[in-house]
Design a binder for this molecule. Sequence first.
Ligand SMILES: *[C@@H]1O[C@H](CO)[C@@H](O)[C@H](O)[C@H]1NC(C)=O
Length: 160
Amino acid sequence: MLRFLFSTFFSTFFLLAHADGIVDCLGTELDWYKTKVGETPCTTYERLRQICNPSFETGIMHTNAPPDTCMDEFGDCCCNSVAFALSMFCLACQQGKGIDAGAGTYQLYLQGSRPSGHSCSPVVNRSLPTHIEDAVCDQGIKIIDDIYSRTFWATGAWIL
Ligand SMILES: *[C@@H]1O[C@H](CO)[C@@H](O)[C@H](O)[C@H]1NC(C)=O
């Protein structure tokens, strides 16, 4: 019992980061994703971004959306709505709850610390650049269909 309380305490208040930068998720909110894909969205996100930036680690995401930004020198892996959606699913996983984020959240993900009106480029919506898609397939990274098509809001919001 004590052990149970202790581990509940820790999993509730601390997100545990592993050596590979992967952080455990809270609760059961994203269990459907783990069942379908065989890993957490944080792992999928890290694998996608590592195609362009091998040292990328998802780590503990910012709790205010956007949870991450696309600032890589070679931004083709993250300058798209697929990477943004994975980052939002990862945030939901780490927070153990659904996330609603206002209009413009996607644009802030693309902008990062650049001046207002600037972003990574080229921006690709609802798909990945062909050479990145090829690498995704070669590496056996599973990205579910809904992430390409259904989880996209034209205003740049996120409601799930
Ligand atoms: C991508 O989607 C965003 C959000 O709707 C939009 O502002 C942007 O113009 C779109 N870019 C392209 C290339 O379709």
